[in-house]
Design a binder for this molecule. Structure first.
Ligand SMILES: Cc1ncc(COP(=O)(O)OP(=O)(O)O)c(N)n1
Ligand SMILES: Cc1ncsc1CCOP(=O)(O)O
Ligand SMILES: [Mg+2]
Length: 218
């Protein structure tokens, strides 16, 4: 099972369904290293079936597949990991359930919370919103690259910047210390999700982001 964490995290359209799977297939074909199953407002069975289909697209391509919010679903489908935010199961609890081999990411917005999540067992942190976004309601003010920097300097695990990320904004985030970026709209709402993925990957490579497995270079 692939376990890359840096580089590009492509999050699915939260509505799931066929259109979301088409976007994932295009992102995988274009070389996205990480896909996160992020579906909201659906039954457990719909989420399970959707995650199973996303994993079936990721696994043959060696793409790391993570599940948002739900460690039980991640384990049930055999995904590599789970991403947990403030209203989800605590990272320490998910770690107890999933054991040491399961990747766990946590959402942090400041250095104190970031250090706490790492102490609980987080393997990476999603940090944002970097910029304003319409994809998720109720978020605090955007952190900007300086907010990303504050967290990246506080922890040793990869920091993945999220929120309003576009190819044009990638360099500022990498300079600030992000090991990668996570996107919803930049891929799933793009007219050509494959081309959008290629553009984001190119921006990460140009910025010198660590896009390969641990220990594979800059
Ligand atoms: C990589 C990454 N970072 C942050 C998030 C946000 O997670 P959370 O705060 O739980 O919000 P929802 O995604 O559940 O709406 C993420 N999913 N991925
Ligand atoms: C889930 C989440 N958490 C912080 S920003 C965000 C949404 C990011 O979506 P987009 O890439 O479309 O701005
Ligand atoms: Mg969540």
């Amino acid at each position: 099972m692939t376990r890359r964490l840096g580089g590009l995290h492509v999050l699915t359209d939260a509505r799931g369904g066929r259109a979301a799977l088409v976007a994932v297939a295009a992102a995988v074909a274009a070389g996205a290293p990480v896909v996160q199953v992020r579906a909201k407002d659906c039954t457990d069975r719909v989420l399970y079936d959707f995650a199973t289909e996303v994993l079936a697209l990721c696994a043959p391509a060696g793409v790391t597949c993570l599940v948002n919010d739900r460690v039980d679903v991640a384990l049930a489908v055999g995904a590599a990991g789970t991403h947990l935010g403030a209203t989800d199961l605590p990272v320490a609890a998910a770690r107890r359930v999933a054991g040491p081999g399961h990747l766990i990411g946590g959402t942090a917005r400041d250095p104190e919370r970031a250090r706490q999540l790492v102490a609980e067992g987080a393997d990476y942190l999603g940090v944002g919103p970097s910029w304003p976004t319409t994809t998720k309601a109720g978020l605090p003010d955007a952190l900007g690259p300086e907010g990303i920097r504050a967290v990246a300097e506080a922890v040793d695990v990869p920091v993945i910047a999220i929120g309003g990320v576009t190819a044009e904004r990638v360099a500022d985030l990498v300079v600030a210390g992000a090991a990668g970026v996570a996107v919803v709209g930049a891929v799933s709402a793009a007219p050509d999700p494959g081309a959008a993925t290629t553009e984001l990957l190119r921006a990460l490579a140009m910025a010198g982001a660590r896009t390969g497995p641990p220990g594979s270079g800059p």
